[in-house]
Design a binder for this molecule. Structure first.
Ligand SMILES: [Zn+2]
Length: 364
C-alpha cells in the first residue's frame, strides 16, 4: 500500500459515479455488499479509491456510522440507524479520518502480492498469506465500525490461495468486508468472481487526468508537461505521473534530438535507454507515442489532436525533411512493437538499446 490520503479532488470526482451505487444502496436499504471487487486498467487508481472508500466507511460523520451506533443493525441489511448522518465523503477531521490521513489504520488488513524470489517484477498471493487471517476471523472490529480486508491485485492469487479464501468470501464474519482489486478480473477464478460485486473503474480521459496532475503538483506544475503527460497516459494516472516526471521529460528531449540530429544524439540516447529495463520500456513508449502522433497528424491533418502539441512544428519539419509518410511511419511502429519483445531477454543492455534504435534510424 503506497497511496496516501487525501486524494486529489478531481480524481475522487472522476471515479465518484462508480462509488455512488454503493452509497445509494446503503442510504436506501441500509446494506452494502460484503465482497467488493474493484477492477480497471493498471494505474487507473483502484487502490487509491479503495482507501478513500474505507476512509468513508470508517468516518464518524459518514452515512455508514449508523452501523456502529446501532450495534448489530445497519450495514448488512438490518434497520439503519435512527441518527441520520449524511456524509458521502470522509469529513477529514474526525478521529477515524485523522488516523486514516496519518496512515494509522485500525481494523484494516491489506494484502499485496508477495515479491517474487527471483527478482522479477510480478509477485503472487500465496496460500500462506491468508493463514494468519483465518486465525482472526472470530474477532470483531476494535475501534472502527467493522473490519476490512483488502486483497490488492487479487488476479495474482495462486489457485490454491484463491480456493483458501472462498469460504471466507462466501460466509464473511459479521461486520467484515472484503475488497479485492484486479487489473484483469477475467483471471480470477469464476467461483471468486461470482461472490463479488464488481465496481469497474473507467480509464481516465486526458482532460480529467490533466486536472488531477495539476491539483496534485501544486506550484510545481508545468502546464505543457502536464498536457503531454495526460495525453500520453492511455487513461492511467500512474502513467501520467510518470510521464510528467523530470526523467521522462529529459528522455523525450533526447529522442526528439535524435530525430533532428541522429549522429549527435545517438550515444547519449543509447546510454539513457540502457540504464534500466524500466528506462528501456519508457524509451519504447515515448518512441511509439511520438511516431504514432505524427502518423495520426499525417492521416487526419488539421483534425488531429496532438499529444506532443508543444513539438508539433518540429515533428512536422522532421517529417518533411526525412520524407516520412504514413507507410514508413507504420513500418517504424511495427519495428518498435517487435523490439519490445526483446526487452525481457537476457541481452546486454547497450546492445538492446542499439537494437531498438537502429531500425528507427534506418527508416529516418
Ligand atoms: Zn471523518
Amino acid at each position: 500500500m503506497k497511496t496516501t490520503l487525501p486524494l486529489a479532488t478531481p480524481f475522487i470526482e472522476f471515479h465518484s459515479s462508480k462509488l455512488a451505487p454503493l452509497l445509494d444502496r446503503f442510504e436506501q436499504k441500509g446494506s452494502i455488499h460484503s465482497t467488493l471487487l474493484f477492477s480497471g486498467i493498471e494505474g487507473v487508481g483502484k487502490k487509491s479509491i479503495v482507501l478513500h472508500l474505507i476512509q468513508t466507511l470508517f468516518c464518524d460523520e459518514s452515512i455508514f456510522t449508523a452501523f456502529e451506533e446501532d450495534g448489530d443493525a445497519g450495514l448488512f441489511g438490518d434497520s439503519p440507524s435512527s441518527r441520520k448522518r449524511t456524509g458521502r465523503n470522509p469529513c477529514g477531521n474526525c478521529a477515524s479520518c485523522t488516523r486514516a490521513l496519518r496512515d494509522q489504520w485500525l481494523d484494516l488488513y491489506w494484502f499485496d502480492p508477495e515479491a517474487p524470489e527471483d527478482g522479477s517484477r510480478i509477485g503472487a498471493h500465496k496460500i500462506e498469506t491468508f493463514r494468519e487471517l483465518k486465525g482472526k476471523l472470530g474477532l470483531g472490529p476494535s475501534s472502527e465500525p467493522f473490519k476490512v480486508v483488502v486483497i490488492a491485485d487479487a488476479d495474482r492469487m495462486t489457485p490454491a490461495a484463491a480456493n483458501s479464501i472462498l469460504k471466507m468470501l462466501e460466509e464473511p464474519p459479521k461486520k467484515w468486508i472484503f475488497i479485492l482489486t484486479a487489473s484483469e478480473s477475467s483471471r480470477l477464478l469464476p467461483t471468486i468472481l461470482s461472490r463479488c460485486m464488481e465496481v469497474k473503474l473507467s480509464p481516465i480521459p486526458s482532460g480529467p487526468l490533466f486536472s488531477i496532475l495539476k491539483s496534485s503538483k501544486g506550484l510545481d506544475f508545468n502546464s505543457t508537461r502536464g498536457q503531454v503527460a495526460a495525453r500520453s497516459a492511455n487513461g492511467s494516472l500512474t502513467r501520467a505521473i510518470l510521464f510528467s516526471s523530470e526523467e521522462v521529460w529529459t528522455l523525450r528531449e533526447q529522442i526528439l534530438g535524435l530525430l533532428s540530429s541522429p549522429a549527435h544524439e545517438w550515444m547519449k540516447l543509447v546510454e539513457s535507454l540502457s540504464r534500466s529495463q524500466i528506462q528501456t520500456h519508457l524509451g519504447l513508449d515515448l518512441l511509439e507515442s511520438i511516431f504514432s502522433d505524427l502518423l495520426h497528424a499525417l492521416v487526419r491533418g488539421e483534425k488531429h489532436d496532438w499529444t506532443h502539441s508543444d513539438q508539433r512544428d518540429l515533428l512536422l519539419q522532421i517529417s518533411e525533411v526525412r520524407g516520412l509518410n504514413p507507410e514508413r511511419l507504420c513500418r517504424i511502429l511495427e519495428c518498435l512493437a517487435e523490439k519490445r519483445k526483446l526487452v525481457h531477454l537476457p541481452l546486454n543492455s547497450k546492445l538492446l538499446a542499439q537494437e531498438i534504435l537502429i531500425p528507427v534510424l534506418e527508416v529516418l
